[in-house]
Ligand binder design. Sequence first.
Ligand code: SER
Length: 562
Amino acid sequence: MTHLELRRKFLEFWKQAPRNHVEIPGSSLVPQNDPSVLFTTAGMHPLVPYLLGQPHPEGKRLVDVQKCLRTDDINEVGDAIHHTFFEMLGNWSLGDYFKEDAIKWSYEFLIKVLRLDPKRLYVACFAGDADASRDDFSAKVWESLGIPKDRIKFLGKKDNWWGPAGETGPCGPDTEMHYVLANGELSEIWNNVFMEYNKTADGKFEKLAQQNVDTGMGLERTLAVVNGLDDDYLTELWQPAIKKIGELSGKKYEENLKPFRIIADHVRAAVFAAADGVTPSNKQQGYTLRRLIRRSVVQAKQLGFDPVRLSEIAITFIKIMVPVYPELSSHQQEILAAIAEEIQRFQKTLDKGLGLVGKIDPFDLYQTYGFPIEITEEIYKEKKLAFGKKSFEEKLRSHQELSRTAAAGMFAGGLADHSEQVTKYHTATHLLQAALRQVLGDHVRQEGSNLTAERLRFDFSHPAKLTADEIAKVEKLVNDWIDKDLPQKKETMTYQEAISSRAMAFFKERYPEKVTVYSFGNVSREICGGPHVEHTKVLGRFKIIKEEAVAAGIRRLYAQLS
Ligand code: SER
């Protein structure tokens, strides 16, 4: 069975009467309105408001295929069934059918549609605890379908409870379906979660007003199982990549399972993250992408091929997945560029860092040079040096603690701190945006900004590299406005009033009902949290020091005040 057939069979099954589900499109890997998690980690994630009771425009029965990315078990990647990026086939009842129908239909799909062997099916149900009772009901339904008692296990919260996806939200006991592979091992292929609880901020589980069903079936594992394979990487989803890695390295998959699988997994995840607009960086989603690419580079080096050629592996994934995700083809250039640039950057780091291994503290290698801990460890072993993993881990922990504190204190407008210098740079950013719009046109919009006490960085939409003449014009305008000593004006109004009064808004942000608008003379007017200087003269001289591309259609400027 091909992956396209499996998708179609799943969607059709749930859409048919008497199930009558409506197919909805999957969401982006980067959650649109939820800053509490970096990536979409499950099919239910975009549906949280509806599981909590808000009516869904498509009704109470939904089905889809959702791209997911999870990094919590990144260290398990390398075995036959774990992946960072994967797809989840899912169906939902939003306060409609519950345990009995969910389990009967799941069984019907596995046995009648996929024609799996019922004798190889094991199931697990919730054992019960102080928060929720033992799920004897689900076990009885399984028994009524012919699953003998000795293939029904009862397990506790750790294994048979799912959610919430973040700290709070819908969750509940689940029943899991496991299938015996050809090699005798069990693979979990499907999970039916009976989401009738809401975990609150104080850690309590309260009953929701409605009883939901949330199911998730791993596409990669299920495809392996229906094709009688005990290794996901042997399916058509991965084989072109595995063959390519074999060609590039001259090595055999069977003799190098772990590195082949890590490279394939991470490159595929990188392709999908980049396709959804993530670019490698030191922060948030960008940092995950960076790690995925860097870890594949390390594995490529260890297998003995030039990491630059990882993009050929990326192309194999684009080819196999493009019928499902056409954006892979329309964004192919950006995806490959993001990966290629990060490989280059990392190779420079590696060259610099290699000479320093053994000379400076491993934590500084990691922190200052972005040197992967795996490599440092490896070289220490080769050189028979004592690595001191404990001390490294302690330093890492206290560093993470510090960055968390810094992030929590971060100002919404992209400010690192509120010092006088940073306030000046913040005001300069407003003048810069106004100047860019005068010189380049009204299509210019802020895409991001980052300020330190030494410089400002400003990303904006514009299709081409700026010419020297354009840069000079922008600089001159900003300096003229500074010389005019424009006064700052601060007003509070509703978001609608602000937009009608032609204030610029940074549309990537969600605004509260009441907003502040900062104006400087009549050259700049923006919705913004501040703070800003009172008069522009204090900014001194403004100079653009660097211009570059960030992504297709997005340019980045660095500028300094003196
Ligand atoms: N949310 C559950 C899971 O991720 C079932 O969809 O396994």
